[in-house]
Design a binder for this molecule. Structure first.
Ligand code: 13P
Length: 254
């Protein structure tokens, strides 16, 4: 696969952290240590009520704002949910879909992930489709089968031209928030298998275009080696995106 055609994409995922006030402060801190990020696509996915504040605060840094979730219906009686149109109107360009925390705590399934992916594309929002195995699944040796199934369902009925624009985040559950980052070999193996799976579902051109991130305890220390792998096109960063250190991860190749 040819890396030349794919621009690195580095995303923060703030999860349920940061108030709007803290968001503004964070942006000011980041400006001190980080130049405008031109060499890669950079974004931070923030809690829904901070989207507008973040969009304004990060504009000068060329950091796009993403959402952490979206609902698959257009509008109506879905108390607490946020529609794709609302996200677009607030300035959202990307949305995390199917994070393992949403699957675990909020009963998201491969099927709802697929509905959300289709809806995001309909509204011109780039989905960051998450997949990943548990420690038990890794120990049972079923990691690749599991991930392939997650990917196949997530991309059901998604046409090739749209799939090519998607971002997939491979996040082994055992590496999330644990400080236990996957080895470069483990991360590359699964990201390579994901790309092969996309080639099987679609074709080589789609597989070459789609961007695949690694996520799970990424830090400024581990980023350069991970992002240099042939099938790893950037990262989805949790804890380390809450500190100005995130700027160092974005500048991983500087
Ligand atoms: P950590 O970087 O804190 O391990 O979180 C990873 C993650 O879940 C990003 O979506």
């Amino acid at each position: 696969m040819n890396r030349r055609y794919r621009k690195t994409v580095i995303a923060g995922n703030w999860k349920m952290n940061m108030t709007a006030t803290e968001t503004k402060k964070f942006a000011e801190e980041l400006k001190k240590i980080m130049p405008r990020a031109k060499w890669c696509d950079t974004l931070i996915c923030v809690p829904a009520c901070n989207i507008q504040t973040a969009a304004k605060a990060f504009k000068d840094l060329r950091i796009s704002v993403g959402a952490e979730n979206v609902y698959f219906e257009e509008k109506g009686a879905y108390t607490g949910e946020i529609s794709p149109a609302m996200l677009v109107d607030a300035g959202v360009k990307y949305v995390v879909i199917g994070h393992s925390e949403r699957r675990e705590y909020f009963a998201e399934s491969d099927e709802t992930v697929n509905k959300k992916v289709l809806k995001a594309f309909e509204y011109g929002i780039t989905p960051i489709v998450c997949c990943g195995e548990s420690l038990t699944q890794r120990e049972q040796g079923i990691t690749i089968d599991w991930i392939r199934q997650q990917i196949k369902i997530a991309f059901l009925n998604v046409p090739a031209d749209k799939a090519a624009e998607a971002v997939i985040a491979y996040e082994p559950i055992w590496a999330i928030g644990t400080g236990k980052v996957a080895t470069t070999e483990q991360a590359q193996e699964v990201c390579g298998a994901i790309r092969a799976c996309i080639a099987e579902i679609y074709d080589e051109a789609t597989a070459e275009a789609i961007r695949i991130q690694y996520g799970g305890s990424v830090s400024a220390g581990s980023a350069p080696e991970l992002f240099a792998q042939p099938d790893i096109d950037g990262g989805l960063v949790g804890g380390a995106s809450l500190k100005p250190d995130f700027g160092k991860i974005v500048c991983y190749n500087k």
